[in-house]
Ligand binder design. Structure first.
Ligand code: SF4
Length: 153
């Protein structure tokens, strides 16, 4: 990054850029600072050349930096009640693995495949749950991230 341009995050609390989990509320302070940063273009170039699964860079969360990510306007979100039902069903199976996927899926009006995908998100990308819940991370983006994490495990 150029020495003449002073990054807006310099001398700020790094925890703002590395929240415990990414959600609209947790990411908002860092994103607001990034929006006015004179080094944003260079920052984006740097993080694109050296990808990281952590933190906010150039105003983008890790999910938003993934290839194929689309903003909510072009990537419609599921209704909040549907997301909540998926997460509740997945939590129920994780709390009691003896429960059959099929029975729990039927109880919550889901397909087995959707339930299995939600369980993978909670297992392999738990840091994205808050974002999925508040709509800042699409279910499909979280599913892709979980799949990648699963393969890398
Ligand atoms: S755009 Fe990059 S350099 Fe600027 S404040 Fe955000 S993270 Fe820091």
């Amino acid at each position: 990054m150029s020495d003449e341009v002073r990054p807006a995050c310099q001398d700020r609390d790094p925890d703002l850029w590395f929240p415990k989990s990414h959600s609209r509320a947790n990411d908002a302070p860092a994103k607001a600072i990034c929006r006015g940063c004179p080094a944003r273009a260079a920052c984006l170039q740097l993080i694109t050349a050296h990808p990281s699964e952590f933190g906010i860079y150039a105003g983008l969360s890790p999910v938003e930096r993934q290839p194929g990510w689309a903003p909510p306007a072009s990537n419609p979100q599921l209704p909040a009640a549907e997301v909540a039902a998926r997460l509740r069903a997945a939590r129920k199976v994780l709390a009691d693995p003896k429960l059959g996927y099929q029975a729990v899926a039927e109880e919550f009006g889901l397909t087995r495949a959707v339930l299995a995908t939600t369980i993978r998100i909670l297992r392999y990308a738990p840091h994205l749950e808050a974002g999925v819940r508040d709509g800042t991370v699409s279910f499909s983006a979280a599913a892709i991230a979980a799949e990648k994490a699963n393969r890398a495990a």
